[in-house]
Design a binder for this molecule. Structure first.
Ligand SMILES: [Zn+2]
Length: 123
């Protein structure tokens, strides 16, 4: 049994709107003559009129609760390294295969062999 099949498409956790959708709805409300405080009340108690003003300037809130209140996915820094392969059942993005066949995650970019073939030297 494999825990993770890298050939299957990744399912989205948050099926919501993106920044442009939120900005366009707020802009449409503002052009209709709705005040910023009224727009903020529509999103709940967490969103203040200052948040709406900052969104109109292009700055979106980073707090998870505020982003969920706006219908946005929580912000996260995801660094995907395109080098290397993802073996089935692993939870690491980047892994290399040694000549002996063992998968390993390098502790430095120069490592080309697994930790069994080339153990870490303690000086
Ligand atoms: Zn090896």
């Amino acid at each position: 049994m494999t825990l993770f099949d890298s050939r299957k498409p990744v399912q989205k956790l948050y099926i919501g709107q993106n920044d442009k959708d939120v900005l366009s709805t707020i802009l449409a409300q503002k052009q209709a003559g709705v005040t910023l405080r009224k727009i903020a009340q529509g999103y709940g108690a967490l969103i203040t009129y200052g948040d709406v003003a900052r969104i109109l300037q292009g700055t979106f809130p980073k707090r998870k609760a505020k982003r969920i209140a706006l219908g946005l996915a929580p912000s996260a820094k995801i660094v995907v390294i395109g080098k290397g392969a993802v073996p089935d059942g692993s939870q690491a993005i980047k892994a290399f295969q040694c000549k002996c066949g063992q998968w390993f995650i390098p502790n430095c970019p120069a490592r080309t062999h697994c930790f069994l073939c080339r153990p870490v030297r303690h000086r």
